[in-house]
Design a protein around this ligand. Structure first.
Ligand SMILES: C[S@@+](CC[C@H](N)C(=O)[O-])C[C@H]1O[C@@H](n2cnc3c(N)ncnc32)[C@H](O)[C@@H]1O
Length: 264
């Protein structure tokens, strides 16, 4: 997978060189190129923003530097014969989640356009449609100061799903919101050595070596945690996705089945 990030703060992307993503780059599985938007500014002050037409507070990122930066990436992609996906982090985009991460993990070339101030002149995305599949994505209902952190979130969640990036592929299947599962549960508690720490012990079942019992315990705890913290995930799951033990647990937690769903 190839990733390009355009930003006025290239240093913000430094974490992309660390940990799993850093190793994936060393292994040649992923390449990340960070571009400074100001290199495409057209005046001697490297200006990339101006006041908004129509008035109002703040500044808007100018179309021309963005147009030139994206043209340069599009030209390279054309040479490679790939149509990239242009991911534009914005609070007004579709909401990012594990399913979107799985979708992006299949894309050969991702380009991130990191906005600042009041965002990017809207004509940039219209013009970009000629060369890119434009995808406006929000990482949640709050407003960041810029798109860089959002791009890092999307890149990190997406690249760990690219084949070969995680050492242990099974951990993807066990994750909260694991792709492919109809029901989306958050993961339950996890423990490592020592089995006793301060006055707290790891539950006996987890130490038992009985894999079926451990799997059931994990499932119960995931269900218990989801029911408490993210009840809407259970409410949106068709009832047939829950086995009889799940259903007993949900009933014990005060849930009931109603028209093919479990509700509180
Ligand atoms: C201060 S925000 C602009 C907010 C804009 N006035 C609005 O209300 O939509 C500057 C930039 O931060 C990024 N950003 C802010 N919140 C975000 C979110 N929840 N998800 C993704 N990107 C976000 C976007 O790139 C945005 O252009």
């Amino acid at each position: 997978m190839r990733i390009d990030v355009v930003t006025i703060f290239p240093e913000y992307l430094a974490p992309a060189r660390l940990s799993l993503l850093g190793k994936a780059q060393s292994a040649g599985l992923i390449s990340v190129q960070v571009h400074d938007l100001r290199e495409h500014a057209t005046d001697r002050h490297n200006t990339v923003d101006d006041t908004p037409y129509g008035g109002g507070p703040g500044m808007v990122m100018m179309a021309e530097p963005w147009g030139l930066a994206l043209d340069a990436i599009a030209d390279q992609a054309k040479t490679a014969g790939v149509r990239p996906r242009l991911v534009v982090p914005t609070p007004s985009g579709r909401v990012f989640n594990q399913a979107v991460a799985s979708e992006l993990a299949q894309v050969e070339h991702l380009v991130f356009a990191c906005g600042r101030y009041e965002g990017i002149d809207s004509r940039v995305l219209l013009a970009a449609e000629a060369d890119f599949d434009v995808d406006e994505i929000s990482i949640g209902d709050y407003v960041l100061a810029g798109g860089e952190v959002a791009a890092l979130v999307i890149i990190e969640a997406t690249t760990r799903l690219v084949a070969g990036v995680l050492g242990n592929e099974e951990s993807v299947a066990d994750d909260s919101f694991a792709p492919g599962r109809m029901e989306k549960l958050v993961e339950g508690p996890v423990f490592t050595k020592p089995s006793q720490w301060r006055d707290l012990e790891v539950p006996d079942v987890v130490l038992s070596g009985d894999h079926a019992a451990i799997a059931r315990w994990r499932r119960d705890e995931a269900l218990r945690r989801t029911a408490t913290r993210r009840p809407e995930l259970i409410e949106h799951t068709p009832a047939e996705q829950f086995d009889s033990t799940d259903q007993e647990l949900l009933a014990a937690l005060g849930w009931r089945e109603d028209q093919g769903r479990w509700i509180r």
